[in-house]
Design a protein around this ligand. Structure first.
Ligand code: DGL
Length: 270
């Protein structure tokens, strides 16, 4: 009954942690495409090819349902995969919809027309590829009207976090928030639209100020997955072994993951 969690690298471990805590009985297989991270600076064709390859590997590991923890893959590849690539008996879900449901206070499957919602000015912080895909705005437009979204491509933050340079990461967060505020001085809400940013949530909140509600995806995705599996128990696949797979050097990736999550993680070659 395994479920797959796909990410371009280590950032998706923030999502893994949350889904494991929410669904301790489910074995999760985590796939990190460490050989090709970061995705945030790649073009959409490249992201599509890498994501389908990784998701296929998770299908082969006995997962019928795969969560794209990576926002960049969710933004640049998911729709195309769902439209023409995902086999009939498998499912691939992304991370934007749970976030947008929380932001717009709508429930899953509420297909009523888009309507006015409480938030009016939303700041989106994400990778350059996610920002240029405009996938967040597209998904939001299905559910809400009258919401002004200002997106800030946060170049450099993922690399700084992956390298463990938190001083640089903090400085970059401050400067990206300043840049956003020049375009939108008073956002009501901010979306941390990248797997790595929950680690910097306090810095985003401090730079944005206490009046801005910051939405971070790990717990929202965990709730949404629990709800999905309660409605579709058949989608927990035949695999029964949890594990960690990487396209990178397993020893190096295991060391990075252990530092990232502050507990021992052992990756195998994908
Ligand atoms: N996992 C990616 C995301 O959530 C961030 C890292 C990358 O650029 O690959 O957007």
């Amino acid at each position: 009954m395994a479920v797959g969690i796909f990410d371009s690298g280590l950032g998706g471990l923030t999502v893994l942690d949350a889904v494991q805590a929410r669904l301790p009985e489910v074995p999760f297989v985590y796939y990190a495409d460490s050989a090709h991270t970061p995705y945030g600076v790649r073009d959409s064709q490249d992201i599509y090819e890498l994501t389908t390859r990784g998701v296929q590997r998770l299908f082969d590991a006995g997962c019928d349902l795969v969560i794209l923890a990576c926002n960049t893959a969710s933004a640049a590849a998911l729709r195309r995969m769902q439209e023409g690539w995902v086999p009939r008996d498998k499912r691939v879900l992304g991370v934007f919809v749970p976030l947008i449901e929380a932001l717009t206070e709508r429930k899953w499957g509420d297909n009523s027309p888009p309507r006015e919602v409480a938030v009016k000015h939303v700041a989106l912080f994400a990778t350059p590829a996610t920002v240029s895909s405009r996938a967040f705005q597209r998904e939001l437009a299905f559910r809400a009207i009258g919401v002004d979204v200002e997106a800030q491509a946060c170049g450099g933050v993922v690399d700084a976090i992956e390298e463990g340079d938190m001083i640089l990461a903090e400085a970059l967060v401050s400067s990206h928030v300043e840049a956003l505020k020049r375009k939108m001085p008073n956002p009501d809400a901010a979306i941390l639209g990248c797997t790595h940013y929950p680690i910097m949530q306090d810095q985003f909140q401090a730079a944005l100020g206490p009046d801005v509600r910051v939405f971070s995806q790990a717990n929202l995705v965990a709730e949404s997955l629990a709800d999905y599996l309660a409605r579709h128990p058949e989608m927990t696949g035949p695999g029964d072994t949890a594990g960690f797979l990487t396209t990178g050097d397993p020893r190096k990736v295991s060391a990075g993951a252990t530092r990232f999550l502050r507990r021992q993680i052992t990756f195998d070659a994908a």
